[in-house]
Design a binder for this molecule. Sequence first.
Ligand code: SAM
Ligand code: SF4
Length: 327
Amino acid sequence: MVQPLVDGYGRVHRDLRISVTDRCNYRCTYCMPHEEMEWLPRHEVLTFEEIERVARLLVTRYGVRSVRLTGGEPTVRAHLPVLVAKLAALGVDLALTTNGASLRLLADDLAAAGLARINISCDSLDRQRFAQLTRRDDLARVLDGVEAAIEAGFDPVKLNVVVMRGVNDDEAVAFAAYGRDRGVTVRFIEFMPLDGDRDWSSDKVVPAAEILAAVDAAFPLEPVARGSEPAERWRYRDGQGEIGVIASVTQPFCASCDRIRLTADGRLRSCLFATEETDLRGLLRAGAGDDALAAAVEAAVAAKGAGHQIGQATFIRPRRSMSQIGG
Ligand code: SAM
Ligand code: SF4
């Protein structure tokens, strides 16, 4: 029988994010550190069978209904469509967040394997700026990846844009125009203190309200009723699609958070900003049965905090950066 996975604040968790690798072919300034990263050794990364086992338990026992694959860069994990097929067979709403660089090669296989939705990260439409931000001169390849995703039939294709003060905050309208032209939903994300270089400061955060005002002035918007998702949605009054804003810093949505996260090395995190993790890999490899795994999951969720405290003296930055957690 399905039972809700509830924390101490009554929040029911139905959304699972799985990081399939900590590796990445980009080194975005707001995510990875400037120095070379040391990747996890292969044997420390969960196998597809281990990932499937955890996902199956969460789906069948707790009614988890959406799963998002992320990383590092998930498409650098060999045979990703094989994992997609295994998870799609669980009947969940299956999504992927990717930097888009490999979609021309992979989009059709991912769609055929049962991937339903795709988010592509792109933070500048200017070639030089994109190269500075990602440390790769790859804008054309990513935009071609967006086209490949559209051609493969993903609908909607979403574009994730992390907005940073003095870096790309002048591009909101250009992104909106691009999204309207290509039928892509742009989601503007506030910069969070999870960058590898620990260079984040509150003055680098561009409040989502400011982005909305800029887009609205160019292309008038109206709100769309909000569900449990973190993105606040707005549609263009002329019917040309919609945008989302994710105001994790200025308007935290912790009170309605329904997410848990599994890292590439098999740690369960109850929050992006959690400072504690639960080692599911150790249990899996020690031959734990489903009840033991479930008890560990329930304990981790029960201990979940009320929310992050960014901007307060009590805020503790997690040891891992975004690329090691999965966004
Ligand atoms: N490599 C994939 C990608 O870039 O889409 C998936 C992993 S990435 C860590 C997941 C998401 O986190 C991306 O949309 C990325 O832009 C976002 N992200 C990374 N660092 C961030 C930060 N410091 N603040 C807000 N979002 C961030
Ligand atoms: Fe890699 Fe994605 Fe982080 Fe960029 S945002 S460094 S593509 S994991």
